[in-house]
Design a protein. Structure first.
Length: 216
């Protein structure tokens, strides 16, 4: 793992924890590819998949019920060793902030390295997140490429980041093809009658049908 170029394999004990948060509305195969890449590339023994509860940045959106998103995550990642689907943000009352989740994990796993996975489309928004400087102290932020959002220094210009924070953000990038899958597009296609979306794992598609998520 290096900067925006090809990644190098991390060496040393694989005892860290990577955190992949998100709405998972719904979870899809791009999430699975990302988790596989993180497990292969980072010095970690575990990825925590953490569905958002009352997401501070996604109020009033087209959000499936929390219990359904949690159930779909469990189905989506069931066959991946080293993945734990963590429901802490769904149990947390009120708005849920990433910095609080990372602080909890740091307290629960003292001495273990934490990595936080973020898409390159969200990277310029990171300074708008709650206590982003503390977040960057708690975990190493690792960016994965999203289509149309290159990971370049210009992305971070003019943002509330110090030089070391900028350097670290640009230095930790997963080398994998840029992904353009959008959950909102999957939901729209599903509502328009597409029932064999290749982006959806079979168990997730069956859950959507059985529970009439996103329409009949």
């Amino acid at each position: 793992m290096t900067g925006p170029g090809p990644a190098s394999t991390e060496t040393g004990p694989r005892t860290g924890i990577a955190v992949l948060g998100g709405s998972f509305n719904p979870p899809h195969r791009s999430h699975v590819r990302l988790v596989r890449e993180a497990l292969a590339s980072l010095p970690i023994g575990e990825v925590r998949v953490i569905p958002a509860g009352n997401h501070a940045h996604k109020q009033h959106r087209d959000m499936a019920p929390a219990e359904d998103r949690l159930a779909m995550c469990r189905l989506c990642f069931a066959d991946l060793p080293g993945v734990v689907v963590d429901d802490r943000e769904l149990r947390r009352a009120g708005p849920s902030f990433t910095v609080d989740t990372l602080a909890e994990l740091a307290a629960e796993q003292p001495g273990q390295a934490l990595f936080f996975l973020i898409g390159s489309d969200n990277l310029p928004l990171l300074p708008t997140w709650r206590e982003h400087h503390r977040l960057l102290r708690l975990a190493t932020v690792v960016t994965f490429p999203r289509l149309g959002h290159p990971i370049v220094p210009a992305q971070l210009e003019g943002l509330d980041l110090n030089p070391e924070e900028r350097r670290m953000l640009l230095a930790h990038v997963l080398t994998m093809p840029a992904d353009g899958t959008a959950a909102s597009t999957l939901r729209d296609r599903w509502r328009h009658g597409e029932r064999h979306l290749p982006e959806l794992p079979g168990p997730v598609a069956r859950y959507l049908t059985d529970h009439q998520i996103y329409g009949p």
